[in-house]
Design a protein around this ligand. Structure first.
Ligand code: C3B
Length: 839
């Protein structure tokens, strides 16, 4: 008998030294080889993009062994796999991170140099995959990296958007959106897996039938079917063998060319379904806190979740007879409600396709899923009109009704005669137009529900899911967010990382709590001097970038005051602007004012349909234009808006900041993760009592954190007693002259109308309480300015911030998820040589 095909293939794989070797000479040769054989170029006609690709393939070769070994290990039935279901993965550029995590950065740098090239330049040519909007997508990426570093088996499931988040250009101060063609030059990090294709149904109707054994069953007769194709990207752990998989799905037509139509002369109709099916995964919705109701969005959600669940079932059935232990094999995390249709889809697959009883299926489903809530903003709570939902997913609608019927029976039992409770807890909102409430579906279908910072998790229990908390208190928990120190320190801030390592060794990279050991050096004057030198050098780099991109000269001797994040009214970039205008007014009234020079840096994208956010961008740029060229200012105040803020730019910005602006209205920012990146890079925070700011302050010490503003309960009280922004306007002369200056057209070449919607919104309702926090914010900024004058003191605070930030490693978050939610354990990967093993 012939040996099985895969054994035969394996024994034929010859692993050439050029694909694994790490000597400088081999690496050089491998790069030249890839340039020639993969890219079809030779040095005289190659540009930096070509060399980047050649290098990327060289690195990819060196991780494939780990990747395949990891994949094989996960097939064992006793291994539990975490499946992170997320509509967004904002992974950032891969090359530098992979070099660090493989531990081959220095060899590669040397090989690249000896090839007459510059590694940093090649790294800078990488086009980042912008497959996310902001915090939620970036968190998913940090978690994937930490899972791999902790050697926890994991697959990230999501969508391979052909166009990610738009590129932002600024024209005459306004945001302009440009299509993000990230795949244009090819993507060396992904491998297509045609063998993992799955079929996804949409529309049509359902039909009861009796099977051969006489059982009552339902089948779904869809209107159309789309094929899902998997593209895999390796996610490496730091200096371990684990290489987990990010598996992103692309929509394709089942048959890309309709011959029947073609034959009757309908040339365009022949590719219709292809175009239609590929539209499904064409573009990412660019709202970070999404607004409801777009059918294509629901199609995207269902598409990737069904692809994922079918893939998980396939994996499980390769080693197991049935799906009885599905919930022991997989832990599926719902990253917000975007994948929550998964609850109904797993039920459908178990009942309709694999013929489980309702009760068995429900046990498996609840055991498998857990749900993370990322926002309390009412407009971001997903609900789908029943009409759209039922048309697209008729079978799921039936299943959701049945889940609801059984759940509400339990509710009735606990609260007899309480219709109020029933209507709050129901999966269907039937006050007026009917909707499916996705947060309710996710909560009912999960065994755990968590918020993303201590305050946020408390507010989840007190507000949006209050009745669920009362019903199932044990379901609710908190996991405070974290960020990966590999990307956000080692990769992005090599100078600071080296300084830290020179004193405490490099264990901190895997065990961030070790940063505590830096505390012993705060009183070491030489260390503080080195710390400042590092910060100054990184600031100089950013200053060069700013001059290069925008032609604005800024000095690294000024305080770099930075606010980078999505533009949103609740994040209050406009409060920062009011402060800047106030400082400007002070300079104008007293040109010789003793003033701590500041460079105020902004960056962030606005959702294309969010008018107010776009107007805030215009305001920042308009203020910048006036302030930066006013001779009275004498370079003491500069305002910079960095266009196209993304992960790559973040890696330049966080290390260069002195001050981190985290000034959301209390109770609105679920956690924040930028706040953690800044503080880990030695910036001090000016922040409200909101999200993870509270926990950061607790860790770094009150005396090393600039707190201001109202707390959540103060705001509730203020709202209850009647908030009137006019009172603040009339009673605060600085606030009044700041607003009057905007209204007068001073920043808009005399146009008094331009910013009126913004000013009016503040004066007439101020829904995010800027005026209420204005005075407190300004006073706090004065304290910042004072503190910055004493550079020794400031440096001590900066060092203590870094030393005490260990808690905010995503490694810590992932350990908590593993322990309390996923019940998953590390599985170290033993390396097997495929050639030797079969010889
Ligand atoms: C964000 C929240 O706004 C942040 O406070 C939080 O730190 C991150 O999620 C990660 O938990 N968020 C987002 O980016 N997009 C949403 N749709 C909801 C929340």
């Amino acid at each position: 008998m012939n040996p099985p095909i895969n054994e035969m293939m394996q024994s034929q794989i010859q692993i050439e030294d050029d694909r694994t070797g790490l000597s400088i000479e081999t690496l050089r040769r491998a790069m030249a080889d890839n340039l020639f054989y993969i890219l079809g170029k030779y040095p005289a006609i190659a540009n930096n993009k070509d060399y980047y690709m050649a290098l990327a393939y060289t690195v990819r070769d060196r991780l494939l062994h780990r990747w395949l070994n990891t994949y094989e290990a996960y097939m064992k039935p006793e291994v539990k796999i975490v499946c992170y279901l997320s509509a967004e993965f904002l992974v950032g550029p891969h090359l530098a991170n992979n070099l660090i995590n493989l531990g081959i950065y220095d060899q590669i740098r040397q090989a690249v140099q000896e090839s007459g090239l510059n590694l940093q330049e090649l790294i800078n040519t990488e086009e980042e995959p912008g497959l996310g909007n902001g915090g939620l997508g970036r968190l998913a990426a940090c978690y994937m990296e930490s899972l791999a570093t902790l050697e926890v088996p994991a697959i990230g499931y999501g969508i391979r958007y052909e166009f990610g988040i738009f590129d932002q250009e600024i024209r005459e101060g306004w945001q302009v959106e440009i299509t993000d063609k990230w795949l244009q030059d090819g993507n060396p990090w992904e491998i297509i897996r045609p063998e993992s294709e799955v079929y996804i149904n949409f529309g049509g109707r359902t039909e009861p039938y009796q099977d051969d054994q006489g059982n009552y069953r339902v089948r779904w007769i869809p209107e159309y079917v789309v094929k899902g194709i998997a593209y895999d990207t390796p996610i490496l752990g730091y200096k371990v063998n684990t290489a987990n998989t990010l598996r992103l799905w692309k929509g394709e037509a089942c048959e890309s060319f309709n011959f029947q139509r073609f034959n009757v002369g309908d040339y365009y109709g022949a590719v219709d379904t292809k175009v239609y099916s590929e539209n499904l995964t064409k573009v990412l919705y660019p709202n970070d806190e999404p607004v409801q109701g777009k059918e294509l969005r629901l199609q995207q959600q269902y598409f990737f979740v069904s692809c994922a669940l079918q893939d998980m079932i396939r994996i499980h059935l390769t080693e197991s007879e049935n799906l009885d232990n599905f919930g022991d094999k997989f832990a599926a995390q719902l990253n917000d409600t975007h994948p929550s249709i998964g609850v109904a889809e797993l039920m459908r697959l178990l009942i309709d396709v694999h013929h489980y009883s309702w009760d068995q299926a429900w046990d498996i489903t609840q055991k498998t899923f857990a749900y993370t809530n990322h926002t309390l903003l009412p407009e971001a709570l997903e609900k789908w009109p029943l009409s759209i939902f039922g048309r697209l997913l008729p079978r799921h609608l039936e299943i959701i009704y049945e889940i609801n019927r059984r759940f509400l029976d339990q509710v009735r039992m606990k609260y007899p005669g309480n219709n109020e409770k029933l209507s709050c807890l129901s999966l269907i909102d039937d006050r007026g137009e009917k909707y499916i409430r996705m947060a309710n579906l996710a909560t009912v279908g999960s065994h755990k529900v968590n918020g993303v910072a201590a305050l946020h998790s408390e507010l989840v229990k007190k507000t949006i899911l209050r009745d669920f908390y009362e019903f199932w208190p044990e379901k609710f928990t908190n996991v405070t967010n974290g960020v990966t120190p590999r990307r956000w320190m080692v990769v992005s801030n090599p100078r600071l990382s080296e300084l830290i390592t020179s004193r405490i060794g490099d264990n901190w990279i895997k065990n961030l709590d070790e940063l505590r050991r830096l505390e012993q050096f705060v009183d070491d004057g030489h260390f503080r001097y080195q710390w400042r030198e590092v910060k100054w050098g990184v600031k100089q780099d950013l200053a060069n970038y700013i001059e290069d991109k925008l032609g604005i000269k800024v000095s690294p001797d000024t305080l770099f005051d930075v606010q980078v994040k999505r533009i949103h009214e609740y994040k209050r970039q406009h409060l920062n602007v009011l402060q800047i205008i106030t400082l400007y007014n002070r300079i104008k009234h007293n040109p010789n004012l003793d003033f701590t020079p500041r460079t105020c840096i902004f960056g962030g994208k606005a959702a294309p349909g969010y008018y107010m956010a776009k107007l805030i961008i215009k305001l920042i740029n308009s203020v910048a234009e006036v302030v930066n060229k006013d001779p009275d200012v004498r370079d003491r105040l500069k305002v910079v808006f960095l266009p196209d803020y993304n992960v790559t730019l973040g890696q330049r910005v966080y290390p260069a900041a002195d001050l981190s602006e985290q000034i959301s209205t209390a109770g609105k920012e679920a956690s924040g993760t930028g706040n953690m990146k800044f503080s880990l890079n030695g910036a001090l925070t000016i922040g409200t009592y909101d999200g993870a700011n509270i926990e950061i302050r607790q860790e770094v010490g009150e005396e090393n954190f600039f707190l201001f503003g109202l707390k959540t309960e103060d705001i509730d009280q203020l709202r209850a007693k009647g908030y009137n922004p006019w009172d603040y306007y009339y009673n605060n002369p600085e606030l009044k002259s700041t607003l009057d200056l905007i209204s007068s057209g001073f920043f808009s070449h005399g146009d008094c109308e331009l910013f009126r919607p913004l000013v009016d919104s503040l004066l007439h309702s101020d829904p995010f309480f800027l005026f209420a926090d204005y005075q407190s914010y300004l006073e706090c900024q004065d304290r910042v300015s004072q503190a910055y004058k004493d550079q020794e003191y400031w440096t001590k605070m900066s060092i203590l911030n870094v030393a005490r930030m260990g808690k905010f490693s995503s490694d810590r978050s992932i350990k908590e998820y593993c322990e309390n939610i996923w019940y998953a354990k590390p599985v170290p990967i033993e390396m097997k040589d495929y050639v030797q093993a079969d010889a």
